[in-house]
Design a protein around this ligand. Structure first.
Ligand code: PLP
Length: 383
C-alpha cells in the first residue's frame, strides 16, 4: 500500500521534521510533534466504503497511520472495541443516550495498547534498538509486551507504588524494571537524564510522536460506529491527555477527508481531586497547566502531575465547548460498583471516574438529558 505520511510538525511552532529518522519533541520549543499526512491526496482515493472489507482492528485505518511498511507492524490483535448502549445506567441517571466505549478489551487490558502498538511498530521500522518509558502503570505493561514481541529491550521506570498488576506483568514480559521513589514526572526526568548515555529512545507519551497516532484511532472507531455522526459529548479520564489530544487530531483528519462535518463532541476531561492540574487550569481560564503538588489518587493513570500536552488538552476542551471536572476517590470507588451492577462492566478506577462525573455534570447542566454521551472505560479491573 502507498504510504501517506509526509513529515512531523511541531504542534506549537509548526517547525517541520523528517519522519525517516527517530524524533522526540521540537528542538526549537520542546513541544510535541504531530505526524502529518497527504490528506489532499487521500480525499479522492479513500472512502468509508473501503473499510467494510477490512479486519476489525485499528489497522483498518492504515492510510492515516504512520507505519510505512506493513511488515513492521507488531500486532497483538488490537480489536475494535465495543460501543455499548448503557441503557440501565442511563435510565438511572435520566440519560437515555449514554454509551460506553469499552477499551478494556484491548491487549493488556487497557487502551494503552493502541499507542504502544503504534510506537513499537514505528520503532521497529526505524531500527531503534532500546526503548525507555516513564509510566504510571498501564503504559509500562503495554510497552513490555509489544517490545518483547518486537525483540526490542524495554526499560521501564515507574513509581514504586504502581499497582502490582503493572509491576508483575512487566517482569513477566522480561522488561528491565526500575521502581522509583516518586511520580511519573520523576521517572520521566530519570529517562531524560540517562537516555543519551544508555542509547535509549524515549517513548514518553507526546515526547514520542506515534503513541498519539494509535490513540486517535479511538476517535476513528467512535465516528465509524456512530455512522460518521459524532456524539454530543465525550467524557474522558485525563492523565497525560493523549486520548483527548489524539481524538481531537483524528477528528480534524476525518473532516479534511470529508468523512465528518465541522461539529465536534464537547470534550469533558475528568481528573481526580487529588491530582487535577488540567481542571485547575481550566477553572482559572489558563492555556497551560501548572505542575500539581503531592499528587494522590487511587486512579494511577490519572496521577500525572504535569502533562507536556497540557496546552493541547486545554485547547481541545475550549474549542469543543467542553469542560473539566475533578472527582473524589470515594466517588470513583462507588462508581466501580455502579458499572458492574448496571452494565456488567468491570472497570478500572479511571473508567469509573467518568461514570462518577455524570451526576455532577447533569446537575450543573453541562450535560443535558437529550445529549448523546460517550464514556471511555479506558481499562479493565485489576486486582
Ligand atoms: C493512562 C491511562 C489514562 C490516562 O490517559 P491519557 O490519554 O494519557 O490521559 C486513563 N485511564 C487508564 C486506565 C490509563 O491507563
Amino acid at each position: 500500500m502507498k504510504n501517506y505520511l509526509l513529515h512531523l510538525e511541531c504542534s506549537r511552532c509548526g517547525e517541520i521534521y523528517p519522519h525517516e529518522i527517530p524524533q522526540n519533541v521540537c528542538h526549537a520549543c520542546g513541544k510535541p510533534l504531530f505526524a502529518r499526512y497527504a490528506l489532499e491526496q487521500l480525499v479522492d482515493r479513500w472512502k468509508p466504503e473501503h473499510l467494510q472489507s477490512r479486519p476489525t482492528s485499528l489497522w483498518r485505518y492504515r492510510e492515516l497511520l504512520p507505519v510505512c511498511d506493513e511488515d513492521n507492524i507488531v500486532s497483538l490483535g488490537e480489536t475494535m472495541t465495543p460501543l455499548i448502549h448503557a441503557k440501565r445506567l442511563g435510565e438511572q441517571l435520566g440519560l437515555p443516550k449514554l454509551w460506553i466505549k469499552d477499551e478494556s478489551r484491548l491487549p493488556t487490558g487497557s487502551f494503552k495498547a493502541r499507542g504502544l502498538a503504534m510506537a513499537v511498530s514505528k520503532a521497529k521500522e526505524l531500527g531503534i534498538s532500546k526503548l525507555a518509558i516513564p509510566s504510571a502503570g498501564n503504559a509500562a505493561t503495554a510497552l513490555s509486551v509489544y517490545a518483547a514481541c518486537a525483540g526490542i529491550p524495554a526499560y521501564i521506570f515507574m513509581p514504586k507504588d504502581t499497582p502490582a498488576f503493572n509491576r508483575e506483568t512487566c517482569r513477566l514480559a522480561s522488561a528491565n524494571v526500575t521502581l522509583i521513589d516518586g511520580l511519573i514526572t520523576d521517572a520521566g526526568k530519570i529517562v531524560a537524564e540517562r537516555k543519551t548515555d544508555e542509547g535509549w529512545f524515549d517513548v514518553s507519551t507526546l515526547k514520542e510522536p506515534y503513541r498519539v497516532e494509535g490513540k486517535k484511532t479511538m476517535g476513528f472507531e467512535l465516528a465509524e460506529q456512530f455512522g460518521w455522526k459524532l456524539p454530543d459529548v465525550i467524557i474522558y479520564p485525563t492523565g497525560g491527555g493523549t486520548g483527548i489530544v489524539g481524538m481531537w487530531k483524528g477528528f480534524a483528519e476525518l473532516e479534511a477527508l470529508g468523512w465528518i462535518g465541522p461539529k465536534r463532541p464537547r470534550f469533558i476531561s475528568v481528573q481526580a481531586t487529588g491530582c487535577a492540574p488540567i481542571v485547575k487550569a481550566w477553572d482559572e481560564g489558563k492555556s497551560d497547566a501548572e505542575p500539581w503538588q503531592d499528587a494522590q489518587t487511587i486512579a494511577s493513570g490519572l496521577r500525572v502531575p504535569q502533562a507536556i500536552g497540557d496546552f493541547l488538552i486545554l485547547d481541545a476542551i475550549r474549542k469543543s465547548g467542553g469542560a473539566a471536572i475533578a472527582i473524589t476517590d470515594n466517588a470513583i470507588t462507588e462508581a466501580m460498583h455502579l458499572l458492574p451492577t448496571t452494565e456488567g462492566i468491570l472497570t478500572c478506577p479511571e473508567g469509573a471516574a467518568t461514570v462518577a462525573a455524570l451526576k455532577p455534570l447533569i446537575a450543573n447542566g453541562i450535560i443535558k438529558p437529550s445529549d448523546r454521551v460517550v464514556l471511555f472505560n479506558t481499562g479493565g479491573y485489576q486486582a
